[in-house]
Design a protein around this ligand. Structure first.
Ligand code: SAH
Length: 442
């Protein structure tokens, strides 16, 4: 398992960048690092220049969507960008303990809500499948606890390349996969431990039913609209062709109001904001599902609680990358606004967090798990790797403070429901939610 520094959490903070208000065409809006290298005229750049020249400047959200998930040329569609040789590395790729503790979280929630006879584990944006693989290993190890529960795995993934890697990691393809590109379930199989697994392009295609949802570093890649406060009111940032330099894009401000401004809060005090309608739609769908059929959603990402401004940035080869240079060769991301996610739940479900990753993992018992693994291993390089992984995940200067955990749960989960009564109680009482409080096995 790789133990490299994850660079999508690079030390340079985008908030330090200057935002110069301007009118449509002609003035400059800066975001990202200094322009680069040779060979920046990518097929994606040509495609975007053609599009902009034909129909006019595009929003940052449209730019992100095209660059990341365009079915023909999108950054996520045909490459494996994770790991040492890729552009960034994530917690599950750094340490197995991360996924194991999340596996414990789902089991603890399943137990706290009455041990349903079946559940679906649904992951949004599963990367290389490492996280769900680690969770499934915990499910197998705790097979005696889960023995009468029917579990199925549902992965929401737009990347053809990554879905192939996930299938290889999780199924070994001992049982041949069923593929049907035209169907909402574009791939189906059975995991190494015999659990049914299916792939979808969107959450709306996943069957409804008692489910645990997981999204790790998924919301930060969803397209954001960017707005700048001006004396005339909020103006959206667009991307245009630079008339001064050939084959170059630049930021401009829209001359008038644009529809996505409806997502800005009336009492907003910042002078620059990013809004993510796609995140809102997904949170609404998750909330509706959880309110109707039970379960929970666990969302982990870097982000803020409605305080940051310009966080749109690119990562390539573990370095910050100018978001407008060589589009299609670098990851694009924006910090997740957890206050917005909470608002989008619209009171249909309860939310917990965000809490910092080091708090969440500590509450989940990371120290005990590390000790068990260290005691079991007499290979010095393995021990070194475990300690290094722990430091990466927990150190406040590294991922410990940058990443946050946030959960959506049915209201009755926090206020006590029919499953949460013991023989001595006349009224139900809510069991603490692990991670947000210390883990307690019932
Ligand atoms: N969760 C993984 C990977 C994070 S990278 C980890 O932590 O290691 C983002 C993931 O989201 C990738 O799997 C990418 O292909 C997927 N993705 C990006 N945009 C998506 C979209 N609109 N719908 C579904 N998956 C998407």
């Amino acid at each position: 398992m790789s133990a490299l520094v994850r660079c999508r959490v690079g030390p340079l903070c985008a908030a330090a960048r200057t935002v110069i208000p301007s009118v449509w065409r002609g003035k400059y809006f800066s975001s990202g690092n200094e322009p680069a290298e040779n060979n920046t005229v990518t097929p994606m750049l040509r495609h975007l220049m053609y599009k902009i020249k034909s129909t006019g400047p595009i929003t940052v959200a449209e730019y992100m969507k095209e660059v990341l998930t365009n079915p023909a040329k999108g950054y996520y569609v045909y490459r494996d960008m994770l790991g040492e040789k890729g552009d960034f590395i994530t917690s599950p790729e750094i340490s197995q303990i991360f996924g194991e503790l999340l596996g414990i979280w789902f089991i603890s929630e399943w137990m706290a809500t009455g041990k349903s006879v079946a559940f679906q584990l649904v992951e949004l944006g599963p990367g290389r499948g490492t996280l769900v693989g680690d969770i499934l290993r915990v499910f197998s190890q705790l097979g005696s606890v889960l023995k009468n529960c029917d579990i199925s795995i549902h992965l929401v993934e737009v990347s053809q390349k990554l879905s192939e890697i996930q299938a290889l990691t999780l199924t070994e393809e001992k049982v041949p996969l069923e593929r049907n590109a035209g169907s909402p379930v574009y791939m189906k199989g059975v995991t190494k431990s015999g659990i049914p697994i299916s792939w979808y392009r969107g959450l709306q295609d996943v069957p409804k039913g008692y489910s645990f949802y997981l999204a790790h570093e998924f919301f930060d890649v969803l397209p954001v609209h960017k707005f700048q406060k001006t004396p005339q009111g909020w103006r959206e940032v667009f991307i245009d062709v630079d008339p001064q330099v050939s084959d170059k894009l630049r930021f401009v401000l829209a001359p008038g109001a644009t529809p996505a401004a409806a997502f800005i809060q009336h009492d907003e005090t910042r002078d620059h904001v990013e809004v993510c309608p796609d995140a809102g739609i997904i949170i609404q769908e998750l909330s509706q599902r959880i309110a109707l059929t039970g379960g929970a959603a666990l969302i982990a990402d870097y982000g803020h609680d409605g305080t940051k401004t310009d966080t749109f940035r690119g990562f390539c080869g573990h370095k910050l990358h100018d978001v407008l240079i060589a589009p299609g060769t670098a990851d694009l991301t924006a910090d997740v606004d957890f206050s917005y996610l909470r608002r989008m739940a619209q009171g249909k479900v309860a939310s917990l967090g965000p809490v910092k990753q080091h708090t969440f993992l500590k509450n989940m018992g990371i120290d005990v798990r590390l000790k068990v693994l260290l005691d079991k291993s007499d290979d010095p390089s393995m021990r070194q790797q475990l300690l290094h992984g722990y430091d990466m995940l927990m150190n406040p200067e590294k991922m410990g403070e940058r990443f946050n955990f946030f959960a959506l749960l049915p209201h009755q989960r926090l206020h006590g429901g029919k499953h949460q009564m013991n023989a001595c109680q006349s009224k139900p009482s809510a069991l603490p939610v692990a991670g947000f409080s210390e883990l307690v096995w019932q």
